[in-house]
Design a binder for this molecule. Sequence first.
Ligand SMILES: Cc1cc2nc3c(=O)[nH]c(=O)nc-3n(C[C@H](O)[C@H](O)[C@H](O)COP(=O)(O)O)c2cc1C
Length: 179
Amino acid sequence: MRLVLMGGSLRAGSFNGRLLGHLASELALRGHETTGYSGAQLRFPLFEDGLAPSAELVALHAALGAAQGLVIVSPEYNAGIPGHLKNAVDWLSTMRPSPWSGLPVLLCAASPGAFGGARGLGAWRVTLANMGAIVAPEGLTVPHADQQLDEKGAPTEARTAANLGRNLDAFLALAARLR
Ligand SMILES: Cc1cc2nc3c(=O)[nH]c(=O)nc-3n(C[C@H](O)[C@H](O)[C@H](O)COP(=O)(O)O)c2cc1C
């Protein structure tokens, strides 16, 4: 399958960016074609009515339109979606055809906190449902990511590592059924 991954913060050494890299490797190992967009690559001008989307946004729109699924790896900012990612999503929601309608999405998050960014994923669910995306029932969270992600972005805690494989496989099965 052709899959897009989007996420990470604008921070050098972003845990979510690191986790995104590991997820892309795991998907490639399973034989899938992946294109990843880091936080910096998702830093677009603030959406403004009447402003034309940049060439980078047009390319991202085309990549999502051709994808069978999307993996979002999002930091949690104040129990919500970080501004740069929400801005990118808002831009993409104005572009036609809608890349969101019927798009299978896996939600992932990493945080140094004890909840692993789970509350932010709740905010993502509301936004994605509004746009008609189909979010996998289970998401992946990595708590204590400052201690529990290795330098390549793999979770070091056994239960989280097992969850990662299980969530990826369940998401791939969902995406295969839908697209
Ligand atoms: C403005 C701001 C708000 C934050 N709010 C939360 C929060 O609600 N929950 C949480 O677990 N971490 C929160 N954090 C901490 C982030 O999880 C932490 O900075 C994390 O490293 C961000 O992801 P990154 O490593 O990919 O940059 C917040 C950080 C910032 C800068």
